[in-house]
Design a protein around this ligand. Structure first.
Ligand SMILES: [Zn+2]
Ligand SMILES: [Zn+2]
Length: 273
C-alpha cells in the first residue's frame, strides 16, 4: 500500500527533529512523497529539500499558517516558493503576532506566580516561536509532566496563560499561499468541522481539504470526501508528525489504498511527482 505525507513539523517550529532527520525517517518508513509544513515558517525547506534530493525522495516545500479565527483553524500551503515576496510578508506578520502572543502569555503566567521570562522561553526557539515552547519550558521547570499536560494546566481557555489566537485572516492566508505558487488546503478539517465555510474559502482560492488525518474517524473522512466532491476541492493526506518526545504518537507517513493514492495523483502531478 502506498504511503505519503503532506504534513510534518521540524524543530524550525514545534517539532523535535531537524528537517533532514525527517527525510531520513520518511525513507525508513518507505514514504514515497514528503512535505515539510512548519507553523508559519518555511525556513527548514531548503535543508529538507537537499536531503530529499540526495536520497531521491520526492519532496514538497510547505508551510502551515495559523489563523486568528480559531486555535485549530490552520491552512497548509503546499508547493510554495518559500522565497516569494507574498509568503515572506505573510510570515513576517505571523512572526510578529506569534511573538506578541507568547509575550502576553508569559506576562499572564508571571502575574499568576509562575517563574518565567520571555527570554528563557525564546532561548529554545530555532525558527517560529509558539506556545509549545512555553509548554516545554513549564515542563522543564517541573510544572507539567508533558507538553500536553502543560497546555491543559496553563495554556487552554480558562487557564492563566491562555491568550486568544492572533494569526492571519483565513482569506489572507489563502491569498499569500496562492501568490507564492502554492496549493491552499485546510489542515485537519475534522478538528474545525463546525466552523468550515467552504463556499467563501473556495471563492478566496481554497484548493483542498486534508481529508486523511490520523485523528479523523472513518465517518469524518467520509464526510470530508463528500464535501470535497461537492465543492470541487482536492484531498490530501498528512500525519502532523512532530518527532520523538513531542508528546504525539503519530509516525511519518499515511497509508492509503491504491484507489485513494490514484485520486491524489492530480495533486502530485502539479509538482511533477
Ligand atoms: Zn495544525
Ligand atoms: Zn501541523
Amino acid at each position: 500500500m502506498p504511503k505519503l505525507d503532506l504534513h510534518t513539523h521540524s524543530d524550525r517550529s514545534d517539532g523535535t527533529s531537524a528537517p533532514a532527520q525527517i527525510v531520513q525517517e520518511a525513507l525508513r518508513r518507505e514514504v514515497s512523497v514528503l512535505a515539510l509544513t512548519d507553523h508559519d515558517t518555511a525556513s527548514g525547506c531548503d535543508e529538507a529539500a537537499q536531503a530529499a534530493q540526495a536520497a531521491g525522495l520526492p519532496f514538497v516545500c510547505g508551510v502551515e499558517i495559523s489563523t486568528r479565527q480559531d486555535d485549530h483553524l490552520h491552512i497548509l500551503g503546499l508547493g510554495i516558493d518559500p522565497h516569494a515576496q507574498a509568503m515572506a510578508k505573510a510570515l513576517d506578520f505571523a512572526f510578529e503576532q506569534r511573538t506578541e502572543r507568547v509575550r502576553i502569555t508569559v506576562k499572564q503566567l508571571a502575574e499568576a506566580g509562575v517563574d518565567i521570562t520571555f527570554d528563557a522561553v525564546n532561548e529554545r526557539v530555532r525558527g517560529s516561536i509558539s506556545r509549545a515552547h512555553v509548554a516545554d519550558y513549564l515542563k522543564s521547570r517541573g510544572l507539567a509532566q508533558t507538553r500536553q499536560d502543560a497546555f491543559r494546566k496553563f495554556l487552554v481557555p480558562g487557564r492563566p496563560g491562555y491568550v486568544h489566537g492572533t494569526g492571519l485572516d483565513v482569506c489572507a492566508a489563502i491569498a499569500a499561499i496562492k501568490n507564492s505558487g502554492g496549493m491552499a488546503v485546510i489542515a485537519h478539517p475534522g478538528m474545525v468541522f463546525s466552523i468550515l465555510d467552504l463556499p467563501a474559502w473556495k471563492t478566496a482560492g481554497l484548493d483542498g481539504l486534508e481529508a486523511f488525518y490520523p485523528a479523523h474517524t472513518v465517518t469524518m473522512t467520509g464526510k470530508l470526501l463528500a464535501l470535497a466532491d461537492k465543492y470541487g476541492l482536492a484531498v490530501t493526506a498528512g500525519s502532523d508528525y512532530h518527532g520523538p518526545d513531542s508528546g504525539r504518537e503519530n509516525t511519518v507517513g499515511m497509508t492509503l489504498s491504491e484507489r485513494e493514492f490514484a485520486n491524489m495523483r492530480a495533486v502530485l502531478k502539479k509538482w511533477n511527482i
